[in-house]
Design a protein around this ligand. Structure first.
Ligand code: AMP
Length: 451
């Protein structure tokens, strides 16, 4: 409100006070409106999606995850990741576009190495696509430039391993960051549109996973089908979980998963702990663990997690019995004891039958299940029973209607090894990326497109 001085008349009032005030108000209202419209515009900015984009006549550069295992003859022994990328490639080709595929394979130290060459995936990829795949033997060389510029609609070009160039993933110093930007700029120059479909590397801010997105505007960068599916599955578990929600965490070390467990305690009804990480909890609460794996410096954290679970009303289940071994070998002499009664000279390498029954009851009552990390040293047949049993119980619960998400290299290897992958609702392709997403971290590869 503006107060009018006592000595002004009604007309003065209008000319000197009301009119200017009116004008000022209009100015501010218009300004406000423009501001809110622009922020509204930002909020409603629609992300480009692969389904909405017509690739006809366009070249798409796709970050895929072809980091597949090869045997000594350089043959692909598990093509899950190649199959995972097919829907995106096929959509682009069927629209009338062409696909330039880029990936890493392994961890080459410095420059090209035969065992890390992506040319080894060509036979499997060609067979799946039913067409010849061209190959550029240096991802940013003259070869790649020429092959990409002459690529015709319907054709596929695979670039050699990105990590043969340190600029792909060495980004510590300012000079390295500059080299990474230049490298990403070169890759972006091959195509009209960028598609990221490599969830397994979405937690890395590398040239091909994040930096390259800067060289495409919002209408020309998007996720592929695989990343979309991963995010959907993860959000279904983390944001829209049907209760009861049970998380099963296993694997070797608790230190790798503290943040994940901490974050999950706000979401789950039951938290099952198994595998080597069990023993840090058991020792922390005063049990005898003999030679079992233990992280002495994480005993306090283990106790804090137990206490936090209690405060939040989360049912934290540790194994109640264990298979002890006198050495870390499949030929070891074994015995079964209560979990708190380890034996000097022995190490716990699997959970026992009583633990399996306890976990079974909870898993079968669950409507949402998240599993990461094996229950024992499942690589050795003598200690695989706990992991196989939990995988089977998750499959059984899924059949009864639960939504199950399994992620992390070893748990995925376990469900594959036991032939249960198609009985799980979703098997994630990204171990580290999945864990970081569950920790609540922003993944650079996702942010690069989502903003
Ligand atoms: P992670 O990468 O943390 O998920 O750990 C997976 C590894 O943990 C696998 O190689 C298992 O063999 C190992 N593991 C599981 N349980 C145990 C255990 N009780 N003692 C030692 N290693 C284990």
């Amino acid at each position: 409100m503006i107060s009018v001085p006592a000595n002004v008349t009604k007309n003065d009032n209008y000319d000197f006070i009301v009119r200017p005030c009116f004008a000022i108000n209009i100015f501010f209202i218009t300004f406000d409106l423009l501001c809110s419209l622009s922020s509204f515009h930002i909020k409603i900015k629609k992300m480009q999606t692969i389904d909405n984009y017509n690739f006809a006549g366009k070249k798409a550069i796709i970050r895929v995850d072809f980091n597949v295992p090869l045997n000594e003859n350089f043959e692909v022994t598990d093509d899950t990741r190649i199959r995972g990328a097919l829907p995106t490639i096929q959509k682009i080709l069927s629209d009338g576009g062409s696909a330039i595929l880029m990936s890493h394979l392994g961890r080459p130290k410095s420059g090209p190495e035969e065992k890390f060459s992506l040319k080894h995936v060509i036979p499997v990829l060609s067979a799946h696509l039913g067409k010849t795949v061209r190959f550029a033997n240096d991802c940013i060389g003259e070869d790649a430039k020429k092959l990409s510029s002459t690529l015709q609609p319907g054709e596929v070009l695979l670039l050699e391993n990105l990590r043969f160039h340190s600029a792909e993933d060495k980004i510590k110093t300012v000079d390295e960051q500059e080299a990474t930007r230049n490298f990403a700029r070169k890759l972006s120059g091959y195509a009209d549109v960028y598609v990221n479909d490599a969830f397994g590397t979405a937690h890395r801010a590398h040239a091909s996973t994040a930096v390259i997105a800067d060289f495409f505007d919002d209408d020309h960068k998007m996720f592929g089908y695989l990343i979309n599916k991963e995010l959907e599955a993860m959000d279904r578990v983390l944001l829209q979980s049907e209760k009861p929600f049970t998380a099963i965490m296993g694997g070797a070390k608790v230190s790798d998963k503290i943040q994940v467990i901490d974050n999950l305690l706000d979401k789950v009804d039951n938290l099952i702990i198994g595998g080597g990480m069990t023993y840090t909890f058991i020792k922390a609460r005063g049990g005898q663990i003999g030679n079992s794996l233990c992280e002495e410096d994480k005993l306090d954290i283990a106790l804090e997690l137990i206490e936090k679970a209690r405060e939040k009303g989360v049912n934290l289940l540790l194994p109640v019995d264990q298979v002890l071994a006198d050495k870390f070998e499949n030929t070891a002499a074994t015995l079964v004891t209560d979990i708190d009664n380890g034996k000097p000279g022995y190490m716990g390498l699997d959970i026992g039958e009583e633990s399996i029954s306890l976990f079974r009851k909870v898993i079968l009552e669950s409507k949402t299940i998240l599993w990461n990390g094996p229950m024992g040293v499942f690589e050795m047949p003598k200690f695989q029973n706990g992991t196989v049993s939990i995988a089977k119980i998750i499959a059984e619960s899924t059949e009864k209607g639960a939504f199950s998400l399994v992620g992390g290299g070893d748990s995925v290897a376990a469900v594959n090894k036991f032939g249960l992958a198609d009985k799980i609702s979703y098997v994630s392709t990204g171990g580290g990326a999945m864990l970081e997403y569950i920790e609540g971290k922003v993944l650079p590869g996702i942010k690069a497109i989502n903003g």
